[in-house]
Ligand binder design. Structure first.
Ligand code: TEU
Length: 541
């Protein structure tokens, strides 16, 4: 059986470009990242997901790849990548990379050749039509693109692009394209990666515009990718970015023969609805709506990612509630479906509520993931366009450019946050390292305790009913052990009475303040406003 290391990994996502600049040119690079691995190891991170670092014209933050077999020269060389892989391995940190194969950049040689010559063997690498279909799907960036079809003057046909028009969609029904994808996977596996994040997975397998495309056949490609992966590595995994409804989950997990892991978009938006309402019910409903997945499968939980907080699966009244609570101004929203802010500003900097949210996310069934800057409580910059608001530079110290780079400010890859409550003069790694009460030191403890509770990653979960609608309590059991977490989502203290099951011999593992120990049975649990308590049920007694 496959090693299920990913079920209790502590994941962390970052963009090399915005993490650390080693040579003072204003752009983050692999040498800089390698230098910062001790920070990640110290935090307790065990798995990194690197956003695309391949050569790219950067129309879409690197999600428009020009060459799948190289490192963007702005970020370093393949040699730097290999050195980074070695140093990560030395620290017990696995590395996953983004596999962006729904589309290429229009600067990719395949795309250039396909556009220039209808008889090129690369023509069928992409999806073309002479006539626009009657019913069109909506582009993912409706504020910029009006259609998913773009007319190409040179070859006098339309090509498909779900994202920007500079990102033509690949035709994965073409066996030659499938072979290319295996080759790309094989390349990075040989360089030691532990798996791939499959970008835009649902778009990859839609078949829109592909003549005679068979849906089941395209979906089967997910199994073929997995077969290829297993033929080359015993423990590498596939993680799909698939923001889809529960009836579609089985397409991605298959019978345990497709994706190993999926981002838990569903639970993410239910968590935000629960936080907005200060009630546990939306979270409970969210968990209950997730069908059972194959044993080998896992969910990856997160608070925020590098895109907007996508609320599109919520009903419109629910969406309005979350907007009203966390994005009251139009400029904080994007595409009418999401929020382009980081968590701390959404919660108005309330540190109890910020801790509550991470404590909750880390205890939810699945594997937890942080994003760079989460550990220090970084903010956003709403003066920047679209998703750029949450992609500012990592803040390492109170030195110029937040210690990210010694370059003049005008050369920085992206802006840094220098002003206001989230400015790097006080929100930064070095300052928080010294302060025993900082978010970063708290986060390090959260990670340490989460590692002591593999039940949350691997166990069977159950909701513990309470008489307080604002309290979310759950228990995860695995191999005869149990871990319990109780979270008060409301801004008032309370005493929650557990209704369903009584647990004895509890050990308090983690909490927001000192509480009186619970003697005997777990029954009445005092909680402060936004309080949280984790317990281990001691089965040894
Ligand atoms: O995102 C793909 C994607 O499906 C989401 O952006 C989607 O728009 C949203 O969740 C609606 O469900 C990935 C990357 O995360 C994003 O940064 C890229 O722009 C995109 O792929 C294109 O590669």
């Amino acid at each position: 059986m496959k090693d299920q290391w990913y079920k209790n990994a502590i994941a962390y996502s970052l963009d090399v470009e915005t993490f650390m600049d080693s040579d003072g040119n204003g752009i983050g690079d692999f040498q800089g990242l390698t230098h910062c691995l001790d920070h990640l190891a110290g935090l307790g991170i065990t798995c990194l997901w690197l956003l695309p670092f391949y050569p790219s014209p950067n129309r879409d933050n690197g999600y428009d790849v020009m060459d799948y077999y190289n490192v963007d020269p702005r970020l370093g060389t393949l040699g730097d990548f290999v050195e980074f892989m070695y140093q990560a391995r030395e620290r017990g940190i696995r590395v996953m990379v983004d596999l962006v194969v729904n589309h290429t950049s229009n600067q990719h040689p395949w795309s250039q050749a396909a556009g220039a010559d209808k008889n090129s063997k690369y023509r069928d690498y992409y999806v073309w039509t002479d006539k626009l279909p009657e019913h069109e799907v909506e582009p993912v960036f409706p504020d910029v693109e009006r259609s998913v079809w773009e007319y190409d003057e040179t070859s006098q046909a339309y090509y498909l692009h779900h994202f920007y028009k500079e990102q033509p969609d690949l035709n994965i029904a073409n066996p030659a394209v499938q072979e290319e994808i295996y080759k790309i996977m094989g390349f990075w596996l040989e360089l030691g990666v532990s798996g791939f994040r499959i970008d835009a997975a649902p778009f990859l397998i839609t078949g829109i515009g592909i003549e005679g495309a068979d849906e089941k056949c395209l979906q089967n490609f997910l199994s073929h990718m997995r077969e290829f992966l297993s033929s080359r590595s015993i423990d590498a995994i596939l993680l799909a970015e698939a923001n889809v409804t529960p009836d579609k989950f089985s397409v991605y997990f298959g019978d345990g023969d497709r994706m190993d892991m999926l981002f838990n978009f569903l639970l993410n938006r239910h968590m935000f609805l629960a936080l907005a309402r200060q009630q546990a019910a939306p979270l409970i409903d969210g968990l209950k709506s997730i069908p059972k997945i194959p044993q080998i499968g896992q969910w990856l939980n997160f608070v925020r990612n590098h895109d907007e907080l996508d609320l599109s699966g919520l009903a419109s009244e629910e969406l309005e509630e979350v907007f009203a609570a966390f994005a009251p101004e139009e400029n904080m929203r994007s595409f009418g479906r999401g929020i382009r802010r980081r968590l701390p500003p959404m919660l108005e900097g309330n540190c109890h509520r910020i801790e509550l949210t991470y404590s909750l996310m880390f205890s939810l069934p699945g594997t937890p993931m942080l994003r760079y800057g989460d550990e220090i409580g970084m903010g956003d910059d709403l003066s920047l366009e679209g998703r750029e608001s949450v992609r500012t530079l990592m803040q390492w110290s109170d030195e110029p450019n937040g210690g990210f780079s010694t370059s003049p400010e005008k050369n920085l890859a992206k802006p840094t946050i220098s002003q206001g409550n989230y400015g790097y003069t006080h929100v930064n790694v070095a300052t928080e390292q010294r302060d025993p009460n900082s978010l970063m030191n708290w986060m390090e403890r959260l990670i340490r305790i989460r590692k002591q509770c593999p039940e949350f990653g691997r166990g069977e979960w159950q909701i513990l009913e309470t008489d307080e609608p604002c309290v979310f309590a759950h228990c995860c059991e695995w191999q005869g052990r149990a871990a319990i977490a109780v979270h008060n989502l409301a801004d008032r203290e309370c005493i929650a009475t557990i209704k369903t099951k009584k647990y004895k011999h509890l050990i308090e593992l983690f909490c927001d303040r000192q509480y009186e120990p619970i003697e005997g049975e777990l029954f009445s649990i005092p909680l402060s406003a936004y309080g949280y308590r984790w317990f281990r049920v001691n089965t040894m007694r």
